[in-house]
Design a protein around this ligand. Structure first.
Ligand SMILES: *Cc1c(COP(=O)(O)O)cnc(C)c1O
Length: 416
């Protein structure tokens, strides 16, 4: 059987194959591009336009009355996203709220859960974290009047390695012990694609009396999460990567059940977090509504949330179990295809730095060809992602990527 026939056979057996037709696939010279950057910006579900039109029509026809009389009353909009979001991150619906954007939510969560005191002020995070997270952490530490260098402990891979070892992270957590306020990690490392052991890190943080918070930008919709049972204190994520909800889309926040109604935890408040029974009395004195929803500041960004709602419906239908099962097979197929094409074409030198604990993304060191190879791929209709100094990231997404996509990539690589 030819490689192409093998890929076609895998596609025909794929239970999720029909989901591809629910997305707009970017075009290259009139053909579907090989889109491997769903980790950066997920593709547009075809249901999005109608979902937006619904809200535009309600606004046109009802004006302010849309808050209560719209098809999806805007007053309660966040509630329409809770159930599906909770399933994706493994939470109770009350523990989740969709609001703001990712870095804003990270700050809001740190306001509540990073409260350094003289003896306990440090934050442990991965070295080379996504820049926005680094800046958020740096500015929070400085905001509280602490020294950045002394307060932020970055864990780097061992010499010659690319991934972090869980045992090394845990050893650092234990070492800093009683001076540690917060363990702040990503769920999936954006550069290497490594999946961190969220439960193990949470347990280790709690053992020394620290809080465990996670940025799940590259994890939500990509890997199995079980935030409630893992006892994670807080988490944040964006909706525009694996969750396919458009550039700058609304962000999610998780706050564990044991914190959501604890009045001792301070927060920055706004009217949308106020008890909704009395919100429109416009009275003095903030009374948080129950649940993570009590962390909302502003009235909901309905257009962005309408897009997200449409996208979440697709996840609900496909289910994270089926998605992660296909993701594993598809990523192994990509790995094999990269190896085979390098065997067939001596100009290619690939070193996959993503460890076995991974979602669908592979990060590939490309030797001296680097940027040139990336340009060649783009010219041939492969949309992959280049990261300095020398990594190409490729993420075959189980909702809309096919085995045939990967096979096409292989044949393009062989002709390089
Ligand atoms: C994508 C990403 C961001 C982006 O932050 P925005 O506030 O959505 O612009 C931040 N952190 C991580 C880890 C990311 O992967």
């Amino acid at each position: 059987m030819s490689d192409e026939a093998k890929a076609r056979a895998l596609d025909s057996k794929d239970k999720l194959k029909d989901f591809r037709s629910r997305f707009f696939i970017p075009q290259h010279h009139g053909k579907d591009a090989v889109y491997l950057t769903g980790n950066s910006l997920g593709l547009q579900p075809k249901t999005v336009k109608a979902a937006l039109e619904q809200e535009l029509d309600d606004w046109a026809n009802l004006g302010v009355e849309g808050h209560f009389n719209g098809a999806n009353p805007w007053f309660y909009y966040h509630k329409f996203l809770n159930e599906a979001s909770a399933k994706i991150v493994g939470a109770l619906p009350d523990e989740v709220v969709l609001m703001n954007q990712l870095t804003v939510n990270l700050h809001l969560m740190m306001v509540s859960f990073y409260r350094p005191i003289k003896e306990r002020y440090k934050i442990i995070m991965e070295a080379g974290a996504f820049p926005s997270d680094q800046y958020a952490v740096e500015s929070q530490v400085k905001f509280h009047g602490f020294d950045y260098k002394k307060s932020v402990i970055e864990i780097a891979p061992r010499a010659g390695e690319y991934a972090l070892r869980t045992e090394d992270i845990i050893a650092a957590i234990e070492e800093h012990g009683s001076s540690l306020a917060l363990v702040m990690f990503s769920g999936v490392q954006y550069y290497t694609g490594q999946v961190f052991d969220v439960k193990a890190l949470t347990d280790a943080a709690h053992k020394v009396g620290a809080i465990a918070g996670f940025d799940l930008a590259h994890a939500a919709g990509n890997v199995r999460l079980n935030l409630h049972n893992w006892d994670v204190d807080f988490a944040v994520w964006c909706s525009y990567k694996y969750l396919n909800s458009g550039p700058g889309g609304v962000s999610g926040a998780f706050i564990h059940q044991r914190h959501i109604n604890n009045p001792a935890i301070p927060r920055f408040a706004g009217w949308w977090g106020h008890d909704e029974e009395v919100r429109f009395r416009m009275e003095k004195g903030f009374i948080p509504q129950s649940g993570a929803a009590g962390w909302q500041l502003s009235n909901a960004p309905v257009f962005s949330m309408a897009v997200h709602k449409a996208s979440l419906n697709i996840f609900d239908e496909a289910g994270m179990d089926s998605l992660t099962a296909k993701s594993k097979t598809l990523t192994v197929f990509l790995e094999t295809t990269l190896k085979t094409s390098a065997e067939r074409n001596p100009k290619l030198h690939f070193n996959i730095i993503t460890p076995k604990d991974r979602g669908c993304q592979l990060s590939v060191l490309t030797g001296s060809e680097g940027k040139k190879l990336h340009v060649y791929l783009a010219e041939n209709g492969v949309i992959a992602d280049w990261r300095e100094p020398n990594v190409i990231r490729m993420a075959p997404v189980p909702l809309y990527n096919s085995f045939e996509d990967i096979d096409r990539l292989g044949r393009i690589l062989e002709k390089y």
